[in-house]
Ligand binder design. Structure first.
Ligand SMILES: C[S@@+](CC[C@H](N)C(=O)[O-])C[C@H]1O[C@@H](n2cnc3c(N)ncnc32)[C@H](O)[C@@H]1O
Length: 275
């Protein structure tokens, strides 16, 4: 370990992690450090690099997409499970899903979404939910048994804690963890990885960063979903999203097919095709 005074980024990393904007998120140090390592060589003036890191982080953490009240939701989940009322549990999960734009936009297709996914790839015993956000709260709509190993990865500490709290109450193993999947791709094996609504942000963070992640994932299928409408609802994004996935997968021995929903497209990347 380098001595703190030998570490050129330590002061700035601490400043960002303890800033009002990110204090509660409790960002992993590995994320902020990797951004400094990426941006410093690109800027002559360190202040410009600092600004670039801040802009990247804003897009990665995306606080504008929304958050539930984590403490309140933990309590409401406990009460719903204590009452033994599955409908109430589903209602609280729906409230949590609705607090973040990515999952809110999926609410009215949720049943169809997972029915079609598992009809296509089969029912997995293990899932990796990569950059999961609040998606694990869709578990009651997935039609899976509590025996499933649901690994979930996110940068956002309170999100990961609430997911593990829910997993324990639900009888699942608490397999959510704070991990920057670009710095340390998941090591776990599974039938499927969900990479929902994040691949375009990954490219914005670091051009070309999707390919090493997709290569590293030890799964048969990667389900890469992307939005078909922008947040403002103005643009039809179908061709742009197809282009992104083609760029990543070209030259790879993978088969890609599509599942189209009202406002989201899933690219089913089959890494074991022909194996
Ligand atoms: C746009 S949301 C998508 C959420 C979810 N996949 C969905 O579609 O419902 C992105 C989430 O990924 C997380 N995230 C972004 N970059 C990440 C990374 N490199 N490693 C782990 N999590 C990441 C963010 O904290 C956020 O919760």
């Amino acid at each position: 370990m380098p001595h703190p005074s030998d570490d050129p980024y330590q002061t700035w990393i601490s400043q960002i992690r303890t800033s009002k904007k990110y204090r509660e998120v409790d960002l992993p140090e590995e994320t902020v450090r990797s951004l400094f390592e990426q941006e410093m060589p690109r800027h002559r003036n360190p202040k410009d690099a600092l600004q670039a890191v801040r802009e990247k982080l804003h897009n990665i953490v995306a606080p504008y997409l929304g958050d539930p009240d984590y403490t309140l939701m933990a309590k409401e989940l406990e009460e719903a499970f204590a009452d033994g009322d599955p409908q109430m549990v589903k209602f609280i999960c729906a409230q949590i899903l609705a607090a973040h734009a990515s999952t809110r936009e999926r609410m009215d297709i949720l049943e169809e979404f997972y029915r079609r996914i598992f009809a296509t790839i089969g029912r997995p015993a293990r899932i990796l939910d990569v950059a999961c956000g609040l998606n694990p709260f869709a578990f009651p709509w997935m039609g899976l048994s509590n025996m499933v190993e649901y690994h979930a990865y996110d940068l956002h500490h309170p999100r990961v804690e609430l997911i593990n709290h829910y997993f324990r109450l639900q009888g699942l193993q608490p397999l959510a963890r704070v991990q920057d999947v670009l710095v340390r791709p998941p090591e776990e094996t599974a039938e499927v990885a969900f990479l929902f609504k994040e691949a375009h942000r990954i490219e914005q963070r670091q051009k070309g960063a999707n390919l090493p992640l997709w290569q590293a994932l030890k799964v048969r299928y990667i389900l890469v979903s992307l939005p078909l409408e922008s947040l403002s609802g103005k643009h039809n994004l179908m061709e742009r999203q197809r282009h992104l996935v083609q760029q990543v997968t070209q030259g790879q021995p993978w088969h890609v097919s599509e599942m189209i929903f009202k406002n989201e497209i899933i690219f089913v990347v089959d890494k074991g095709y022909g194996a």
